[in-house]
Design a protein around this ligand. Sequence first.
Ligand SMILES: Cc1ncc(COP(=O)(O)O)c(C=O)c1O
Length: 388
Amino acid sequence: MARSKKVCSQTHAIHTGVYKDNQYNSVTTPIYTSSTYYFNSVNDPPPYDYTRTGNPTRQALNESIAQLEGGHAAFTTNTGMSAILTTLMLLNEGDHIICGHELYGGTFRLFTQVLSKFKLDFSLVDMTRNENIRAAVRHNTRLIYFETPTNPLLNIVNIEAVVEIAHKHHLLTVLDNTFMTPFLQRPIDFGVDLVLHSTTKYMNGHSDMLGGAIVTREKEMSERIFFLVNALGTGAPPFDAWLALRGIKTLGLRMEYHLRNAASIVDFILGSKLIKKVFYPGLNKHPQHELAKKQQKGFGGILSFELDLNKVDINLFFKNLTYFHLCVSLGGVESLIEQPWSMSHAAMNEKARLAAGLSPGIVRISAGIEDSIDLVTDIETALNAAKL
Ligand SMILES: Cc1ncc(COP(=O)(O)O)c(C=O)c1O
């Protein structure tokens, strides 16, 4: 598969999509809050006429993300969920979608409780096995939707293999790249058609806005997504777009710290007798460790582990942490911790959570960019305080 000529680098993160204002010579993109723009005459429209359709601050962010992901274009939205919803609006009544059985809980809810009402049919499969994907293809299948690494157990799906199956059956491929960011994984280089983000997470990185992105591979798809974002009104608000644009400038640097801290935490918890299992693609014994090495440029800033609930009181553990906030979400500069069973994946019914391999003892960490030693000591102290 031909790689995109657009590269992902710190230089591009800082310099692409920056609209310097030439009235005051600003070096950063201003926030254009205007909802509407004046025409000089009916035959002489401005470059943007109405912010739902287009906005200079949003456009700067779109260009930045398209560059980093190596896409033809990017369209930023007001949340990650609206990026997913907008993309699924490419489909028609009666279409069938194959998706991972271990997805972000909100995505599962959108698919099974909302879109299914509009006669879209979903098959949830363990996508770490290519034969499951092949077996799920039907005459009306139109799209394969997946996350890799999966959330929260960090299984790795073979992107090239999914694309190959999709091409054979003329299916669209959609990959939520929120966990990795283009600094660690560029799905378009593997032939994926649409790459999604919750920019709320690493892309912005400061836990202070909500947003999403849809990155396209080809012009025709860009036109279809542009149409849908305008028709549905899901475009990113200017202020949130500006925050994400600012956050992206340090994305590469932040990712280095997230990776370093996740690896340090993993090193420490591997030695704990209070922890039954560690889920992290960087471990040699992780079932798809080699694949992760091949398709990712790093193992990521997220890790999960299973506490032995016979030996630890999970609530006391959370209460005794100083630097980890008990929160859903991920990808911010501050370390976050959560119980997927009752928090990020509560939108999945119990049967679906069990099928995805979840249990109440599983804890997910989003490693922030604090000093590693403080994070490791914090976990050690809290585990000791929560021993039964
Ligand atoms: C992997 C993933 N995709 C999508 C979303 C939805 O994003 P948002 O909360 O910005 O709507 C989330 C939210 O946690 C997520 O973790």
